[in-house]
Ligand binder design. Structure first.
Ligand code: FES
Ligand SMILES: [Fe+2]
Length: 345
């Protein structure tokens, strides 16, 4: 059901401390905490003894002690203490996950740990660059992750659900250019000679007409970079007011998703009023998406299996991304089945 051989955002770095926290990622319960040297640890949040979650327990040195009967697991998931006896059963261990901390994000590898490649963690360097200012939000979306991917790949919805913020009536009138590069699907839209979107116009201190653009780059299956902005009519994009919207999409289960959102801009970087305005405005944008996708999830749940989406030309990116995701999921599942078959032989 989920692509697991990938990096998902597990939390913001600021959320993980010596106090353990719980996340459910692709239906896997995970506890996150920090070691004494500050390194982040991710273990399955289910004690090997009798399945009590470890997250209500306490961190002792670099280990975590279960709050029920005190079994203690080190940061590799090996049980190092059973208070009621001297010997430690061999099977007393919990799964540990590779984690990477970078630019304010904590990434977790949910699949086969031998395949975890740090080089595959998406580029988010704008978060760490003083030439850019960043606003972040995280939301619990009550919908499956696929609906968020579709939503980001088809931004014509901005004309309808974001009318007071980033929307404008002209968006759906402009076609898209779609490109596929391995596991990355890009959907690019240029909107020449238009006004800046209402939410950014005051932050950018702009008036008049510009070329607006947005290009969603979906790094299947868990991350989107939206390269967006406005530039002078006919001018190169790099000269303009630039925005990088970074979207970490982490499934919780079949009907719930964590949404980690960062909005980096290269204009008004030192203007606190602009940051404050964007914090509020972007919260509204995300809530508009959350409400719409919750409704869509309700619609899908009631839809007979015989009915399917009616995709249009604007959905080319959606269709391509769905195909690649399905192929990747099938390949992972096939590999898992043959592993199991080999193990029972
Ligand atoms: S359930 Fe964790 S120690 Fe008993
Ligand atoms: Fe949206």
């Amino acid at each position: 059901m989920y692509i697991l051989n990938t990096w998902y955002v597990a939390a913001w770095t600021t959320e993980v401390s010596r106090e353990p926290i719980r996340r459910v990622i692709c239906e896997i319960p995970v506890v996150l905490y920090r070691k004494r040297d500050g390194g982040a640890v991710a273990l399955e949040d289910r004690c090997a003894h009798r399945a009590y979650p470890l997250s209500p327990g306490r961190v002792v040195d670099d280990s975590i002690e279960c709050g029920y009967h005190g079994f203690t697991f080190d940061c590799e998931g090996t049980c190092v203490r059973v208070p009621a006896q001297d010997s430690i059963p061999e099977r007393a261990r919990v799964r540990s996950f590779p984690v990477v901390e970078k630019d304010g994000w904590i990434w977790i590898w949910t699949g086969d740990r031998d395949l975890a490649d740090v080089g595959m963690v998406p580029d988010t360097h704008w978060m760490n660059d003083p030439a850019w200012a960043t606003v972040t939000h995280s939301f619990h979306f009550k919908c499956r992750a696929d609906l968020i991917h579709d939503n980001l790949l088809d931004l014509t919805h901005e004309s309808f659900i974001h009318t007071s913020t980033v929307g404008d009536d002209y968006i759906y009138k402009h076609g898209v250019t779609v490109e596929v590069d391995g596991q990355v699907v890009s959907v690019d839209r240029l909107m020449p000679s238009v006004a800046a979107p209402p939410l950014y116009a005051s932050t950018m201190s702009t008036e008049g007409l510009y070329d607006r653009f947005h290009c969603t780059e979906f790094h299947i299956p868990s991350f989107h970079v939206l390269h967006s902005g406005i530039t002078g009519e006919g001018r190169p994009r790099e000269e303009g007011f630039l925005i990088k919207v970074l979207n970490g999409i982490t499934p919780i289960d079949a009907e719930n998703t964590w949404y980690y959102y960062a909005f980096a801009r290269n204009f008004g970087v030192d203007q606190q009023w602009a940051t404050d305005e964007l914090i509020e405005g972007l919260k509204t944008v995300l809530q508009e998406d959350a409400d719409a996708l919750e409704w869509q999830e309700i619609g899908l749940r009631g839809r007979p299996a015989s009915e399917h989406d009616v995709l249009i030309a604007q959905d080319v990116g959606v269709a391509k991304a769905r195909r690649i995701s399905a192929q990747r999921l099938a390949a992972e599942q096939e590999a898992r089945v043959s592993e199991v078959k080999q193990a029972v032989r």
